[in-house]
Ligand binder design. Structure first.
Ligand code: NAP
Length: 241
């Protein structure tokens, strides 16, 4: 039986195992989907040398570390600086990024008929794919972070003008995610208008407190679930079967 899987840590609440197992079942493919809890970067080399898996997904915290073990990295993954899908071909490891494909689907749906620039809250791992897609679609954006960056602004510096100019708002931070569902980024909500579109990459809970506030002020909202499914679908398409 062909084997696939997921590496990362921790893996207790991962979306992938159930998703891929039911996908194989639905499509009548005899395959197993396993998990490998990797506790340190040092374990990656041994894992790659011994695993029988044909392909696997990579989650936090190894999406960047895995890159140095790849034989070939596809251009988007190289530019983004993260690999979340690995495929074995002719005994070589190929690294791909499908997170950006997931975000791109959500973005295109949310920005239909929209004008204005984007504001990206947070600058961590998930923001990398978001920034790549915004560049790809030539959407100018401003980063908003809690610590000063060479490019970007701080939450406390947000003014009404920023919201008049940036109609697409994207949360790439975990603020508001389960179990801290009462938390919210310090965004001045009085400047939110019905023309704003808000994408929250969080999918648990389905509506963060920030999403609820945005919706209450008339903004169009979307959570990260469609992105999550779309990146998994794109990874599945890459799996050799
Ligand atoms: P990460 O690499 O740890 O980055 C988190 C970012 O959030 C950093 O920029 C961090 O700022 C910022 N941040 C953390 N706590 C903050 C706070 N209290 N106030 C302001 N900023 C804060 O995490 P990640 O991998 O990018 O994941 C972030 C979120 O995206 C998670 O909720 C994850 O579930 C979600 N996500 C969803 C999908 C999807 O398919 N829907 C895919 C990937 C990620 P500092 O640098 O200052 O610490």
């Amino acid at each position: 039986m062909v084997a696939y899987g997921l590496i990362g840590h921790p893996l207790t609440h991962s979306f992938s195992p159930n998703y891929f197992r039911s996908k194989f079942e639905t499509e009548g493919i005899e395959a197993s989907y396993n998990i490998c809890d990797i506790l340190s970067v040092a374990e990656i080399e041994t894992f790659l040398a011994t695993t029988p898996w044909l392909a696997f997904n990579v989650t936090i915290p190894y999406k960047e570390h895995i890159m140095s073990f790849m034989d070939i990295i596809t251009p988007p993954a190289e530019i983004i600086g993260a690999v979340n899908t690995v495929v074995r071909k002719n005994n070589l490891w190929y690294g791909y990024n499908t997170d950006y494909i997931g975000f791109e689907e959500t973005l295109l749906e949310m920005m239909a008929g929209m004008q204005g620039e984007a504001m990206v809250f947070g600058n961590g791992g998930a923001a990398k794919a978001v920034k790549y897609v915004l560049h790809k679609h030539q959407i100018p954006f401003t980063l908003v972070t809690r610590n000063a960056l060479a490019e970007g602004i701080l939450y406390e510096d947000l003014q009404e003008d920023h919201f008049n100019k940036h109609h697409l708002l994207i949360n790439t931070t975990p603020v508001g995610m389960f179990p801290n569902i009462d938390q919210m980024l310090p965004i001045p909500l009085q400047f939110i208008k019905p023309y704003h579109r808000f994408i929250d990459l969080i999918y648990n809970p389905p509506q963060t407190v920030l999403m609820k506030h945005m919706a209450a002020r008339g903004a169009k909202i979307c959570n990260g679930y469609a992105m999550l499914v779309a990146q998994a679908e794109a990874a599945y398409a890459l799996f050799p079967k």
